[in-house]
Design a binder for this molecule. Structure first.
Ligand SMILES: Cc1cc2nc3c(=O)[nH]c(=O)nc-3n(C[C@H](O)[C@H](O)[C@H](O)COP(=O)(O)O)c2cc1C
Length: 239
């Protein structure tokens, strides 16, 4: 199984999203998956121009010459692709959205009904990778991922793919904090992420146990938010 992660955080290697991706991929690789990680911020990806040349003049190919051509072939060759993004204003980052807009060469202009009777586009290629999502956010609760949950369900439906794993982490700013008290808690969370990677690579999905473990708070919500307010106090008083 080939897994490709597209990471839309501008913080790239220094980001909290990457902490999650690294552990997930380590687990997936240990279960035999071939893994690849792409930082979208490092790529040249121009916004979609809405010209539909990729449906009309050059079917399956965008007329813009940038890094997206290579990224689309990586996308197509994968068995599973992971959209990895921090939550920005309740959604994916702008970098990730620009990338997502540019995947429409993979579908055809024609409309057809899905098994539920709702219209969608026809797919251009028989093989469509399955989809997983990895995201973290600054607020504490898992409820902040409601928009991503709906968004990626819709994206998977529209692309005739399957959303096989959603890994969301509220209080994501904890992941890179260098505090001795937190270390065992973060290490334990990383172990759950590795387990998630192993399961997705081996079984193509997450077990209910792992889903429940992934959603558990790392520290109590109020403790995290109080700490965050104190942290902002400290930063603002130093300005
Ligand atoms: C422009 C911007 C918008 C953000 N919007 C949200 C938000 O809507 N909800 C939230 O909980 N956190 C929000 N955050 C916080 C990020 O999700 C958080 O810092 C996350 O850990 C960043 O991940 P990264 O280190 O991988 O980039 C936002 C941060 C930025 C810079």
């Amino acid at each position: 199984m080939k897994i490709v992660v597209f990471n839309g955080s501008p913080r790239m290697e220094k980001g909290n999203t990457h902490v999650m991706v690294e552990a997930f991929l380590e687990g997936a690789a240990s279960a035999g998956a071939e893994v690849e990680n792409v930082f979208l911020f490092r790529k040249k990806i121009r916004p979609c121009l809405g010209c539909f040349d990729c449906w009309l003049k050059t079917p399956g190919k965008c007329m813009q010459k940038d890094d997206m051509e290579g990224l689309l072939s990586l996308f197509r060759d994968a068995d599973l692709i992971v959209f990895a993004t921090p939550l920005y204003v309740d959604n994916v980052t702008g970098i990730m959205k620009t990338f997502m807009d540019r995947i429409i060469p993979l579908i055809e202009p024609y409309f057809e009904k899905d098994p539920q009777g709702e219209y969608r586009h026809r797919k251009r290629y028989q093989k469509i990778p399955k989809i997983a999502v990895i995201s973290n956010c600054g607020f504490a609760e898992q409820s902040h991922f409601q928009v991503l949950n709906l968004l990626f369900k819709r994206v998977a439906r529209n692309m005739q793919s399957e959303l096989v794993a959603e890994i969301y982490r509220g209080a994501g700013e904890l992941l890179k904090l260098d505090m001795p008290m937190l270390k065992p808690l973060i290490d334990a969370y990383r172990d759950v992420l590795k387990k998630a990677g192993r399961e997705v690579a081996a079984d193509g999905k997450l077990s209910d146990d792992t889903k429940a473990e992934l959603d558990k708070p790392i520290v109590p919500h109020d403790m995290y938010m109080d700490g965050a307010n104190k942290y902002w106090d400290k930063l603002l008083s130093a300005v």
